[in-house]
Design a protein around this ligand. Sequence first.
Ligand code: TEU
Ligand code: CA
Length: 535
Amino acid sequence: MEKHWWHKATIYQIYPRSFMDSNGDGIGDIKGITSKLDYLQKLGITAIWLSPVYQSPMDDNGYDISDYEAIADIFGDMADMDELLAQANTRDIKIIMDLVVNHTSDEHAWFVEARQHPDSSERDFYIWRDQPNGLTSTFSGSAWQYDEVSGQYYLHLFSKRQPDLNWENETLRHKIYDMMNFWIDKGIGGFRMDVIDLIGKVPDQEITGNGPKLHDYLKEMNRASFGKYDLLTVGETWGATPEIAKQYSNPDNDELSMVFQFEHIGLQHKPDAPKWDFEKELNVPALKAIFNKWQTELELGQGWNSLFWNNHDLPRVLSIWGNTGEYREKSAKALAILLHLMRGTPYIYQGEEIGMTNYPFQTLDEVDDIESRNYAAEALENGMPIDDIMDSIRMIGRDNARTPMQWTAGSQAGFTTGHPWLPVNPNHERINVEAALADPNSIFYIYQQLVTLRKENDWLVDADFELQETVDKVFAYIRKTADDAYLVVANLSNQQQTFDLPVQVADVVITNTSAPQALASKSLEPWDAFCVKLA
Ligand code: TEU
Ligand code: CA
């Protein structure tokens, strides 16, 4: 299998609004990111996935783009972006841009023209119908918005201010490819592709994900833009199965490098229920089965996966699946060791490396995210008690991932000298970068060690995955090559668990406990996790 740089890379996701504010307006910005590159270089990551910084009315915090080739004023300007690229590249850190091309903002020039002039060529860049059908928006309500200028409805699978693009229109597609080449020519390291599985939609048949022309469009995009370069392209594909993931990421298919699939994340809510109907406890056996499927059915050379617990849309993993009390640090290390030693490219979401947690939102007016606000409005209308609504938002609302990065124990966690756009978590007094760097046993140094292990060990890419039979709450697997075998074990519970696997240890690779003792005693303390090389 041809190896690429991203097979051994670890990627760090930055949500620019919340990472670092350089000018005191309470909003993170590009200069703030540049000022923290030395920290990221210390962590050892190879690339940054930068959530959108383009011009936007910020209806969905930048996932509603009004100009793909301009920087939003609150984040800085194109000179700042060029400086970030230059400063990152001198540190061998690539910048992966967020490509949001399922939809634009309703303030994009194309949509303004399309809406005002129904006979314009831009009209067909979007999806207009005389009557709505049953399609609904992820952000609540119908996916069709009536527009009085033309008396038609336009499609928006997300907010009313995010009209879906019509990928059937060839002119539109080539304008997207031109924009992608504008960014490629700036020396970026690749693209994360927002809800890319939706661009093949067939609205009249109410088909949204995995539409019939989806892979044709991706092959055309590959040929017209990134295919000529060694870039990382990762598609956000909520509905992917291992078979579909092979279509996207088989090197012979000339589509993408890898996918973000979310089957494990689906365990955060009840089956076939909206995310707000969250599961209170991690179903470890189900988690093992999902990872076993993905690790074995996406065979080496036939496709490639990402590995993640967190992103800007998800609750902090410690709050929903880990422990935020006495085992906060130990559970964070266990989850990191378990995930990063599988096959795939790991993604670290800002603050995950220091064990940041959800935020204790008290009232609705503390909540910013349009998805949560629309959910709350709809749920209130349906008579749901505000306390139940706030329970859901506190556990699984997207703002939990978007509270400011916690740099110090000081004022506003060192994120801003002004008033932050979203409140800083009070626990920043003990959970912050400064404290983490000063503590050799911090979560940070486990992540740093995992990042280095991946860079230095081919087995992390090549070795096969064999799930081990264990008690429910223990997740154990062996990574095996022709010559070596590595055992990874994690007790994903607050209780002691038995673990009896007769093995000979040749070497301890990484651990948050005393691995040999745990193996000898045939029992694991809460959140014990380790990797050992087998004799
Ligand atoms: O998210 C895709 C998406 O569907 C998520 O919004 C997800 O369904 C939901 O958050 C689950 O809680 C991408 C971006 O990551 C997200 O931030 C954007 O809001 C969305 O697309 C629209 O661009
Ligand atoms: Ca700022």
